[in-house]
Design a protein around this ligand. Structure first.
Ligand code: SF4
Length: 517
């Protein structure tokens, strides 16, 4: 594995440069060493061991922002060297951006590559577009088509000129930012909130999974205690929000339909008894795995008030499904979709992942054509992100399993497919280590944009999260903050037995977070 060694003098935002370098050099080991710092000895040792190993020939970078307002970038690798300096003209936060852009430009020159999102490394690129929109102070609902087009153009242009985003990504981000902002402005961020309940069980564990999920058969003795703990947490949490009503409810996980129909009924019953659901605009249950969906469970979900359901194939190629440990076949996915239709769900979503092991364009084309034939109301397209804790990460590093590192062509196909189905992009987020430095995009029919997804990703509303690993957020309007809100969080423990044993503590954490609401 190639090693990248980055030295720096002044403090730099390591996480940003780690993500940036990783995007230019996927799969490389990256080390940060402060020049003249305590790491100097470590650096020397590493240099020596790196020199010994021919295959590990390191690539060195020096990234410097001098206090006097100058940036320096050098790169060297055996015979290849590169050096550039640049005066920094801005101050404070803007200087940070100027510096990042300069390093990005140097890397483009040095590698003769560019990135689809340019120097933008954040998880939520559309937050920026929404910030620019708010600064315009325009009434988005009353705008003429021509005015909206011109606003769209200026937002897209800012993504390109300020961050070197490609024209396609800039337009996509501007599209979504406008669509989201229109929806968000209809809500009262202080009054409403979203409720999330994470069910920590799945039929089996997928190879790429990094969520709080346990194969249900392997921990059957913990299912009832965990369900009891979640019901208690739901009941107690409702008391914290007694004066507010949820705008959206989302039951995810895990795979909620890994529970039996009766268990689902008890869980959803506790939600209905504890919260005032009369103002809910969207109620989703992730049915997720086709191998867990039955007529009975669909009936319960529908009767308990959920209208939006996710039937997630991820891929429609049987070989890949077997390889990634998702039991169930493409035929089962189709049957589950038909069952959900017959059960009368108003909104069926399907999730796909691009860049799965062994999959290229041919496989993605096949998946998309099968999904198109079913015609979901919405489709969420993820670019594979290989998480450190996943079995897939281990297989790649230890067994050399092949994963296509660039799924930009596949994303193009997915966008074309969404367009053919009449689905519009409505939300977007990025993750660390995403295949091809792409993004995850939600597409939906007009009027069926996933409100919960938007609210959570844009962090504009408080979230009560119940279940192991749930992260509750308190979002408070605060005009002086860059995004107009101040966010505080509290986390539930992830491990199942700890969650069961410490439910009271999880509730107390939430109580402290939401106390003064
Ligand atoms: S269905 Fe989702 S949550 Fe469950 S194991 Fe697979 S990836 Fe993880």
């Amino acid at each position: 594995m190639k090693q990248i060694i980055i030295t720096y003098r002044q403090t730099i935002q390591e996480s940003y440069f780690h993500a940036l370098l990783r995007s230019f050099y996927p799969g490389c080991a990256i080390r940060f060493l402060q020049e003249g710092g305590q790491d100097q000895e470590k650096k020397k040792k590493e240099e020596r061991s790196a020199e010994k190993a021919e295959a590990d020939e390191p690539l060195y970078f020096l990234i410097v922002r001098e206090e006097k307002g100058e940036a320096l970038f050098s790169a060297w690798e055996r015979e290849k060297t590169f050096e550039k300096t640049c005066p920094l003209t801005c101050e404070g936060k803007r200087q940070e951006e100027e510096f990042k852009n300069f390093i990005y430009e140097c890397l483009c020159e040095f590698t003769e590559k560019s990135l689809p999102w340019g120097s933008l490394m954040g998880v939520r690129p559309t937050k920026l577009g929404r910030r620019w929109l708010r600064a315009e102070e325009k009434d988005l609902q009353q705008m003429t088509e021509a005015e909206e087009k011109s606003l769209h153009g200026s937002i897209a242009e800012r993504y390109q000129s300020s961050y070197h985003a490609s024209e396609k990504k800039a337009k996509l981000a501007a599209d979504i930012a406008i669509r989201e902002e229109k929806l968000i402005r209809r809500l009262d961020p202080e009054k409403g909130f979203s409720l999330y309940v994470g069910v920590p069980f799945c039929p089996t564990r997928c190879l790429y999974c990094s969520f709080t999920s346990n194969p249900i058969a392997a921990c059957k003795d913990l299912v009832e205690p965990a369900l009891g703990a979640m019901i208690e947490e739901i009941r107690q949490s409702a008391g914290l929000m007694a004066h507010n009503r949820p705008d959206t409810v989302y039951i995810g996980g895990g795979t909620p339909t890994a529970l039996s129909a009766h268990q689902l009924e008890r869980l959803m019953g506790a939600i209905a008894e504890s919260f005032d659901l009369s103002g809910v605009m969207e109620y989703t249950v992730e049915a997720g795995r086709a191998d867990s969906i039955t007529k009975d469970k669909l009936r319960v979900i529908k009767e308990m008030g959920a209208e939006r359901i996710s039937v997630n194939p991820q891929t429609m190629n049987p070989e890949t499904l077997a390889l990634i440990g998702r039991k169930g076949t493409p035929d089962e996915v189709k049957q589950a979709f038909v069952l959900a239709k017959e059960a009368g769900f108003d909104h069926i979503n399907m999730d796909l992942i691009l860049g799965l092991p062994g999959e290229g364009i041919r496989e993605v084309r096949r998946t998309l054509s099968e999904v198109e034939a079913l015609g979901p109301d919405s489709m969420t397209v993820h670019s594979l992100a290989v998480k450190r804790g996943s079995d897939l990460h281990r297989k790649i590093t230890e067994e050399g399993i092949y994963v296509n590192g660039d799924c930009s062509d596949a994303m193009e196909l997915a966008m074309e497919s969404a367009e053919r189905m009449g689905l519009l992009p409505y939300y977007l987020y990025r993750q660390k280590n995403m295949s091809g430095n792409q993004e995850n995009v939600g597409f939906a029919k007009g009027g069926k944009f996933g409100l919960y997804n938007i609210l959570i990703m844009e962090e504009v509303q408080s979230l009560i999260a119940c279940g192991p690993g749930g992260i509750s957020k308190r979002v408070k309007v605060q005009k002086e903050e860059a995004d107009g809100v101040h966010i505080t969080r509290c986390e539930n423990v992830k491990e199942l037995q700890s969650y069961i044993d410490r439910t009271g503590e999880m509730i107390q954490r939430k109580r402290e977070l939401f106390e003064t609401m």
